[in-house]
Design a protein around this ligand. Structure first.
Ligand code: PYC
Length: 333
């Protein structure tokens, strides 16, 4: 059912990628966990996501969140992520932007200053942040357990040929493509190639391989493609470009993508416990990652990664959705 409504939003960006924190118009969601509430939102309220994320109110990269009361004892709040690609189980740049906007606007009151515990659909994340006056200057997320799900996968991509990749989980499942015969490395590609080949690779990968989170069957399928290459910015260890939705390239280095990449590198011994990993986006913005702990998920080796980044609030938006508008739930081109 499609309804009308007015939504107040704090618009921000995390290292260049948008975060629209919706501060009113929250639907009442069924379920005891954020995973259950996410599924209820998808079943009954997806029109809100479509209206606020797609054109003409949003754009291909648009991404946002709603804050909800916590689902577990001890947590400060819960986050529901909305995006052009759907309702993500976890979003790193989204968490950094949500925390920054919510703290600066007085929408979150941490019980312990400088720290937050957040329920998200993929589990729980610990957040620490720094402030200078009223400005939040940095946010660090201790993310959900991240792991290498499929090693040495291979598909034929029309126009490219055979592409080898790994699939890793960092809150979403990523096909991670490293330089190889038919992919010269990100530094040799432009946005045109990423936008052209990513959906083809994702489709072929999802046809050939199945992935499902061992503890939550509602988290499944390869939703994002991560192309890797050499960095351009001083201090970066590596560069990536993450494709999501139908036509988006993350302008940030992607928090869950960076977590997945760290899990992949850890599994090969290229990162060790305590190592840091500075990841650079397609526009040169950086996330500072670290392997915080080694753990396991259902018997599979995994890591707890952290990602640090910053966000800036740039506007306040009152968005009206009216079901007499033929584009009430937006469109994609
Ligand atoms: O930062 O985790 C992230 C993310 C997911 C999709 C876009 N950004």
């Amino acid at each position: 059912m499609m309804l009308s409504g007015t939504f107040f939003c704090v618009d921000a960006h995390t290292c260049g990628n948008p975060v629209r924190l919706v501060t009113s118009g929250h639907p009442l969601l069924r379920g005891n966990t954020m995973s259950e509430k996410r599924q209820d939102f998808i079943a009954r309220y997806d029109w809100i996501r479509q209206a606020l994320m797609f054109e003409p109110r949003g754009h291909a990269m648009m991404s946002g969140a709603f804050l909800y009361p916590p689902c577990t004892e001890g947590a400060d709040a819960a986050v529901l992520f909305i995006e052009t690609s759907g309702c993500l189980p976890m979003c790193g740049h989204g968490t950094i932007g949500t925390v920054t906007a919510a703290l600066e606007q007085g929408l979150l009151k941490p019980r312990i200053p400088g720290q937050l515990l957040l329920d998200v659909p993929a589990g729980q994340v610990q957040v620490s942040y720094q402030q200078q006056g009223d400005k939040v200057t940095a946010v660090t997320i201790r993310n959900v357990a991240s792991y290498l799900a499929i090693k040495h996968a291979q598909v034929q991509v029309p126009g490219l040929g055979e592409i080898n990749f790994d699939v890793a989980y960092g809150g979403n499942f990523y096909a991670i493509v490293e330089p190889q015969a038919n992919f010269p490395g990100l530094e040799h590609w432009g946005a045109g190639e990423i936008l052209r080949f990513s959906p083809l690779l994702r489709k072929a990968a999802n046809q050939a391989y199945q992935c499902q989170h061992p503890l939550d069957a509602s988290i499944n399928g390869i939703s994002h493609v991560q192309w890797t290459g050499k960095p351009k910015t001083a201090g970066s260890d590596a560069a990536n470009a993450v494709f999501y939705g139908d036509g988006a390239i993350d302008r940030s280095p992607c928090g869950t993508g960076t977590s997945a990449r760290m899990a992949q590198l850890f599994s090969r011994g290229e990162l060790k416990l305590g190592d840091s990993f500075v990841h650079e986006s397609i526009i040169g913005s950086q996330f500072h990652g670290k392997v915080e702990a080694v753990t396991e998920i259902a018997g599979q080796p995994a890591i707890i990664p952290s990602i640090q980044g910053w966000a800036h609030v740039y506007g306040f938006n009152q968005i009206r959705v009216d079901n007499s508008d033929p584009y009430a739930t937006g469109f994609e081109v």
